[in-house]
Design a protein around this ligand. Structure first.
Ligand SMILES: Nc1ncnc2c1ncn2[C@@H]1O[C@H](COP(=O)(O)OP(=O)(O)O)[C@@H](O)[C@H]1O
Ligand SMILES: [Mg+2]
Length: 351
């Protein structure tokens, strides 16, 4: 097929369709020197801004310009040499010098004898698609930058809250040292432990990459390390079996205070001076709940329970109610105490 045969075959439905389609198309003749264009449809002329006379007889490289990727051009040349199909995106230029993203597809066309007769090339203007992609990428970058800034701010806040709580601890400690009344001193020391338990929550958030979630297992490991360390006792052994248990950050303070009460009770009451033992803590995380068992092999709860008016007991009750948690206290044979805590997952904590 030659240029003149295209002109002659205006009635041919395939040629008519190629002329009419809105997809830019050209045909080149590799048997002529420099593989020139022998047919270009109106869509191609519209896309590139050239007239038919300006493109017929020329190699397609007039579409190239400064932003045309030489690697893409080399790939096209290789495909043409190898008489292969190629689909590739590359930067091309219009007659007026403006550039567009060209989604180029080239296919060789063979005659019945298997001889190469033509190359058929279609061009899709992908400029809008690339622009939208660029805008989408920019929007994504802006969003992730904003998220990163927010996370940094929250980390900073956790850091400050932790430091402020440490100041509160220090003040309580100083007050307790000056307090002659042992009962009041004990109360201040218990409050100090509670403030430190909260401070540990903020330390964890400060160190964690995700400020929206709280891993109870990590926290328990941290807190127990601190609490046992603070007793100065080497005869209390820790036995931990903690599966990671992620809860929303909003529940962290209540959970931290609840565990702090249970752990400090075991460390304070189960092992009187001279009789150490093991504090075993296990945690299982299920879809709908989180179950923890805190078990000591210490002296056990006093047989005659005190009226449940102590601050520790009422704090446990209040926190359990707030978390909708169940807390069961059981005797362990031959001696010791087991606290079973079950925290439902999906329900929201009361503000
Ligand atoms: N793990 C335990 N082992 C032995 N006794 C315990 C244990 N936990 C709590 N108790 C007993 O229960 C009492 C009430 O605990 P709590 O309400 O926390 O008060 P507090 O810790 O201030 O004494 C404790 O004084 C102690 O006698
Ligand atoms: Mg207590």
């Amino acid at each position: 097929m030659t240029l003149s045969s295209f002109d002659r075959d205006r009635a041919d439905p395939f040629t008519a369709a190629m002329r009419a389609t809105s997809v830019a198309m050209v045909m080149t003749d590799p048997r002529l020197p420099d593989n020139p264009i022998v047919f270009a449809n109106d869509a191609f002329l519209g896309l590139t801004g050239y007239s038919s006379a300006e493109v017929i007889g020329h190699n397609c490289r007039f579409l190239h310009g400064p932003r045309t990727d030489p690697v893409a051009v080399a790939k096209i040349r290789d495909a043409i040499d190898a008489k292969m199909n190629i689909s590739i995106d590359l930067g091309n230029y219009r007659k007026d010098g403006s550039s567009f993203h060209n989604g180029l597809h080239i296919s060789p066309v063979f005659n019945e004898a298997g001889e190469l007769r033509l190359f058929f090339a279609s061009q899709l203007d992908l400029t809008d698609r690339y622009r939208l992609l660029g805008e989408w990428e920019q929007a994504n970058r802006t969003l992730s930058d904003a998220l990163e800034t927010t996370a940094t701010l929250v980390h900073e806040i956790d850091h400050r809250v932790k430091n402020n709580l440490q100041m509160v601890s220090a003040m309580i400690l100083l007050q307790s040292l000056d307090q002659p009344d042992p009962e009041l001193r004990r109360g201040l020391t218990d409050t100090l432990a509670r403030v430190e338990a909260l401070s540990t929550v903020h330390r964890r958030f400060h160190q964690s990459p995700d400020v929206s979630q709280f891993d109870v297992a990590d926290y328990v490991r941290d807190l127990l390390g601190d609490l046992v360390g603070a007793t100065g006792r080497t005869d209390i052994r820790l036995d931990l079996d903690l599966a990671s248990a992620i809860v929303p950050a909003s529940k962290s303070a209540a959970i931290a205070l609840l565990f702090n009460e249970v752990f400090t009770n075991a460390l304070k009451h189960a092992f009187p001076a001279g009789s150490g033992g093991t504090l075993r803590v296990s945690m299982v995380s299920a879809d709908d709940h989180l179950a923890a068992i805190v078990e000591d092999d210490g002296v056990g709860m006093p047989q005659a329970q005190r009226p449940t008016t102590s601050f520790g007991q009422s704090l446990i009750k209040t926190l359990a109610r707030q978390l909708r948690a169940e807390v069961a206290v059981k005797r362990v044979e031959p001696s010791g105490t087991r606290i079973e805590i079950r925290l439902p997952r999906e329900r929201k904590v009361m503000a």
